[in-house]
Design a protein around this ligand. Sequence first.
Ligand code: SF4
Length: 216
Amino acid sequence: MQEKENWITRRYELLAAQVVKNLESRHFEAYYCKNREEAAAKALSLIPEGSLVSWGGSVTLQETGLIDKVYKAGFRVIDRDKAKSPEEKSELGRQALLCDCFLAGINAIAEEGVLVNIDGLGNRVAATIYGPKSVILTAGMNKVCKTLEDARSRARNCAAPFNARRVGTKNTPCAVSGSCGNCKSPESICTFTVETRLCRPEKRIKVILIGEDLGF
Ligand code: SF4
């Protein structure tokens, strides 16, 4: 068992070194951390003092404990989960587009360094593209795929059905069967598919790869 864990750790280290290089060639700032604790500390160190911080829904963010650490560090936050009505939640999502630092996960990453994200409302991918001064994305190495086509497939066929279940979707093919049915349901969480192939301005997006299996 220990031998298996060692092998996985070594493979992730080797693969991450190449992916970090490929992300940097696309003008992202990129890091590899061996576990979730190290990743949360690294992310926290990248948030400038006094920042207004917000985030998108992400199991990886929950698993790293980063949101708790942001609260404990005393940053000002915009937290959509604290909204008391759908209207307030929507308004907080709009305000988050102008925060200083936005945190989120990643659905899939191609080894060549292209990020793939699928979003239902679009607030998460919108903030990634434009608005917040800085974006920090965290992802377990289980999100790294060989090709861009593999990453697209992972985002739709693996991450999206799990996330549909997570947000309580009931009337989509994936909620019923666990498999994507390429639906047009009003409940679909697959409204927007965003591929980020370059970071502009340079280093605005920081990607932290983590040597564990995290999120969906
Ligand atoms: S069935 Fe619909 S909501 Fe579910 S993964 Fe496919 S497109 Fe997305």
